[in-house]
Design a protein around this ligand. Structure first.
Ligand SMILES: Cc1cc2nc3c(=O)[nH]c(=O)nc-3n(C[C@H](O)[C@H](O)[C@H](O)COP(=O)(O)OP(=O)(O)OC[C@H]3O[C@@H](n4cnc5c(N)ncnc54)[C@H](O)[C@@H]3O)c2cc1C
Length: 427
């Protein structure tokens, strides 16, 4: 059996879903999204920290995030967007010097980023009553904040469906069929069809571990196969996040990205332990430039730490209380006496798809007549979702970027280190 799609989006995480919406919003009526698991049990879009900031070091990242944050602001109630700011604490003079220099770019985009001395940090953030002598300075970006990423994705999906987009769940893309066509500069390849395996349902979540097995081994167990199908298409967009390189490999496109595990702990803070005058309620994201970040999350605190040298791989194992006790608690307690007795609630692990310069990849794939891509947004996919989707929809529909020029994010940049889009404020 075979099906047809005008635009086939492979991967229904926040990026693929936002793109489907943006295409439908432009009037495209034949958009199909396929995903192994639309609930996204292992998708980064469901496992992230909900931070949203436009304060980056590269204009294209600032712009894509700025547009996205404006969009979040317009739907603040629905998306749980809280404009509470990002506070960055620096211990390294060289890094802080660059942060100061990048303020010009950020403030040209009206982000209002302030420089704070350690004494000002202490006065404005009474929670942070320890380790201030180690700081060389801080920045505070008041227009950044926190968002509920699941609500954002649900909105994109609902609005896309209302505009006619079809989402197919339990479709695992296994193969790609290409053909040669004449292009302007000579012969090009064209993706004619994508082959999917229909995977059986075993209830909500992943009770038998089949989804996890498929997403970590990239094979579908025979017992889980419900059928196979070929989907013919005019255009394909690779929105597979940390799995994007697997599709590219099937197409013979060399790729430099790596899936890397990132862990998050939920932390229990006893309200009676809060130092006098300290409240967690109004806080946004607090980041130690050395790798720890945290923010209030319902009754708890959500804290993540990017372990340096984490080996690449499709690893979803959360290291549990060991991770909390060795990486999270000491760093929190070193900054705030209120965290001295905090406890571990639970946590999880998800994947960053990391590029050599830590910026995402978006655009048309060279050598192909109809293949596009938008993936590998490391720790930035939610906060760029709207900007990337709008720009990519314009590219797919008209051949040109509009609103934000994503040309710097083309994969061609990796052929020349001078064109890399380096981001160092990356956690
Ligand atoms: C711990 C952590 C914290 C983060 N914190 C933040 C943050 O604070 N702010 C922020 O903006 N970003 C953050 N991120 C990054 C953000 O979550 C990602 O950049 C974003 O979710 C990527 O979305 P995506 O749609 O590209 O990929 P995903 O959401 O991973 O979607 C990819 C989809 O592809 C599907 N799939 C895979 N292979 C196949 C196949 N062969 N066939 C069919 N379907 C397939 C999967 O089921 C999945 O649904 C964080 C990420 C992690 C892991």
């Amino acid at each position: 059996m075979s099906e047809r799609a005008g635009v086939l989006i492979v991967g229904g995480g926040i990026i693929g879903t936002a793109l489907a919406w943006a295409l439908a919003e432009r009037g495209l009526r034949d958009v199909l999204v396929v995903d192994l698991d639309l609930a996204g049990v292992y998708a980064s879009s469901e496992l992230n920290a909900g931070g949203a900031r436009a304060t980056w070091w590269q204009p294209v990242n600032v712009e894509a995030c700025r547009l996205t944050l404006d969009f979040f602001r317009r739907h603040a109630g629905e998306f749980g967007f809280r404009e509470r700011g990002y506070l960055w604490l620096y211990e390294e003079a060289a890094l802080f010097a660059t942060a100061r220099e990048k303020r010009a770019l950020q403030n040209a985009a009206n982000l209002g980023v302030e420089l704070l001395t350690p004494a000002e940090v202490r006065a404005r953030f009474p929670l942070l009553d320890r380790g201030l002598e180690a700081l060389v300075g801080a920045t505070f970006s008041p227009r950044d904040g926190l968002v509920n990423p699941n609500a954002v994705r649900a909105w994109f999906r609902r609005e896309a469906r209302e505009r006619g987009v079809v989402f197919r769940d339990r479709d695992y893309v296994m193969g790609v069929k290409t053909e040669r066509v004449a292009g302007r500069g000579g012969s090009l390849r064209r993706v004619a069809a994508v082959d999917v395996v229909r995977v059986k349902r075993d209830g909500a979540g992943d009770p038998s571990g089949v989804l996890r097995e498929i997403l970590t081994t990239h094979r579908v167990p025979t017992s889980a196969i419900a059928g196979e199908e070929r989907i013919e298409c005019d255009v394909v967009v690779n929105c597979l996040g940390a799995w994007s390189a697997l599709l590219l490999a099937k197409l013979g496109v060399p790729d430099l990205t790596e899936p890397v595990r990132r862990q998050i702990s939920l932390v229990d803070v006893h309200r009676e332990d809060l130092a006098p005058g300290v409240s967690l309620d109004a806080l946004g994201m607090i980041v130690l430039a050395s790798g720890l970040y945290f923010h209030p999350e319902g009754p708890h605190v959500l804290a993540g730490y990017s372990t340096p040298g984490e080996a690449p791989g499709y690893d979803f194992d959360y290291d549990g209380s060991d991770f909390f006790e060795s990486e999270i608690w000491p760093r929190l307690a070193a900054r705030a006496s209120s965290f001295e007795r905090c406890g571990h609630v639970r946590g999880w692990a998800g994947l960053y798809d990391v590029t050599p310069d830590r910026s995402g990849i978006a655009g048309a794939v060279g050598g192909f007549a109809n293949l596009f891509e938008a993936h590998s947004f490391t720790g930035r996919g939610v906060m760029q979702s709207y900007g990337i989707a709008r720009a990519m929809a314009a590219l797919v529909a008209t051949g040109r970027f509009e609103e934000v020029d994503l040309a710097p994010l083309s994969r061609e940049r990796f052929t020349d280190p001078a064109r890399w889009v380096e981001e160092d404020l990356h956690i």
